[in-house]
Ligand binder design. Structure first.
Ligand SMILES: C[S@@+](CC[C@H](N)C(=O)[O-])C[C@H]1O[C@@H](n2cnc3c(N)ncnc32)[C@H](O)[C@@H]1O
Length: 280
């Protein structure tokens, strides 16, 4: 089945689908991070300025906006609530599609997050790059970077999996990238009272996969430039996918708005979802 046909197999109220592109392929990301690794390989580790490596959505200041939100006292897992010497355990953080690991390095070095951190990516080149950067970066040596395909691999079988999942799961540009894949898989979908097998685009499985890695009561933060805020909310609160994991919108991060052709828009959006506690 072609990707175009596959999209018709999903519930009719889903937010539509994106035209596939090379950013939806593993080859693209392998090449991207191999090049980035080659650019730093000859630099001495002590001369490296990891802050100048690529991080997505810098043009709209998304990394800083996300950091500001996560360290603000309104966020329950902000470091200010986990002062050294208190009994509270610092939150565990998982970065989905971590790329060169910048997001986690920033949270540790600038944000003061001290808990367990893990970055996943299906591109081995990205993980090798992130590991190389982490091992030479003070205070970052304990950050784990692991090769894993979020769609096809089972996180609960990995030795780094914490029993109930992670307190905070991050995605910056990864749902976007997966939404650009033309690949389809067989999946059971529900339509009114019937369940049937259908070919679906990979991203339709992603919200459920991402939420399955969040601890009950924990948070999932998704930053996108390909989907609108409303579309993201639709995908991750079950409206589009019928995900078995219940989540609600906890907060939307503000971005500057612009007007174009009479329509209002913004360069990116970040939505913070909270996964329901199992008894809610
Ligand atoms: C737009 S980049 C974002 C990288 C990083 N989060 C950042 O903000 O700089 C998308 C990332 O998702 C990864 N990715 C795409 N599909 C994936 C999958 N199925 N499983 C794991 N990682 C994936 C790519 O390798 C790439 O590193």
């Amino acid at each position: 089945m072609s990707p175009e046909n596959a999209s018709t197999a999903i519930s009719s109220d889903c937010p539509g689908h994106l035209q596939p592109s090379e950013l939806g392929t593993k080859q693209y990301w392998d090449h991207y991070y191999e090049e980035e690794f080659a650019a730093i390989r000859d630099e001495g580790a002590e001369d490296r300025d990891i802050g100048r490596l690529s991080t997505w959505f810098e043009d709209v200041n998304a990394p800083q906006r996300v950091l500001n939100f996560l360290i603000s006292s309104e966020f329950p897992f902000a470091p200010c609530h986990f002062l050294a010497g208190t009994a509270n355990e610092a939150p565990s953080i998982l970065d989905l599609g971590t790329g060169n690991g910048q997001t986690l390095f920033q949270l540790r070095l600038q944000g003061g997050f001290r808990g367990q951190m893990t970055g996943l990516d299906y591109s081995k080149a990205s993980i090798q790059l992130a590991q190389e950067l982490g091992k030479n970066q003070q205070d970052c040596q304990d950050i784990r970077f692991e090769v894993m395909d979020i769609i096809s691999d089972e996180p609960k079988e990995q030795e780094w999996w914490p029993e109930d999942g992670f307190d905070l799961v991050l995605d910056k540009g990864t749902f976007d990238a997966i939404s650009l894949s033309e690949d389809v898989v067989e999946s059971s979908t529900s339509n009114l009272s019937q369940t049937h097998q259908a070919s679906v685009r990979l991203h339709t499985l992603y919200p459920s996969r991402a939420l399955s890695m969040v601890k009950p009561g924990g948070f999932l933060l998704v930053t996108s430039c390909n989907w609108t805020q409303e579309e993201l909310i639709h995908w991750f609160t079950g409206g589009a996918t019928g995900s078995s994991h219940s989540a609600s919108v906890w907060k939307c991060i503000e971005y500057p708005k612009f007007k174009f052709g009479g329509q209002e828009g913004q360069g990116a959006c970040t939505v913070c979802f909270r996964k329901a506690l199992s008894f809610e």
